[in-house]
Design a protein around this ligand. Sequence first.
Ligand code: ATR
Length: 270
Amino acid sequence: MSRPYAEVIGDPIVQSKSPLIHGFWFEALGLDAEYRRTRVTSDGLAAFFAERRADPAWRGCNVTMPHKLAALDLVEDRGGLRGGIGAVNTVVRAEDGALIGTNTDAGGFYAPIAGLDLAGEAVTVVGAGGAARAVLFALARLEVGPVTLLNRTPLKAAGLLARFGLKGRALPLDAPLPPAALLVNASSLGMTGQPPFAPVLDAMPDDAVVYDLVYAPLATPLLAAAEARGLETVDGLAMLVAQAALAFEIFFGTAPPRDRDEELRALLLR
Ligand code: ATR
């Protein structure tokens, strides 16, 4: 059989760091496999899956913008994604050619903060898009306390709180931050080319954690403000690498060497 491969699909796709991450792990493990970057347009998505499902060397793909919702209709939903996160970020080919949709974003979000006990704790989240869905799904599973969800369109945020059965409030972006054990930025704010999100953090307790999913740039205005305030921070590469690690294990049946994360981070920042 030819060399196993996986890939990341999206449109545009040049910006994806996934090939670098998976490539680093292949080399570290001495695995003879490949991870490609493939531009797939919305019009071509169904044909792409039809072609790949016939290829036994294809282990699956990661799915990024704009296909995370559309892919749901093209794969089997054995884990109940449709009623859960509501988006696909990973598709796996079963041996019989069935395509199974899954999502490693919630697990990838959770991994870097697995040491925190958030049960019953107040949490603040910014954003109500695809990334926020994975975050809220994970927070609901952790049985957190009240969630303050800030978004440009608070109505959309209120809908997400209800969807995930979370108690809390939906507020506009300029609302003062309430005290919370964890503050997560799951919006595009702070990304290169976007306005910053740099709220006043005075209400945050001293042991609060600030987690920004944005990784370009890695040092966002939010994380800089958190550090200036002496708060613990988690940056966007932590989640990026953690969700990739979950996908790698699904595709290739072996866990990547996470003891080499420092080297990997240096590679990603180069
Ligand atoms: P992702 O998959 O990365 O979550 P998304 O689904 O497009 O991307 O969601 C982007 C999030 O960032 C949304 O919460 C969006 O706010 P809206 O729900 O009001 O659209 C937010 N966002 C993007 N650009 C923004 C901007 N310029 N100002 C404020 N919020 C912004």
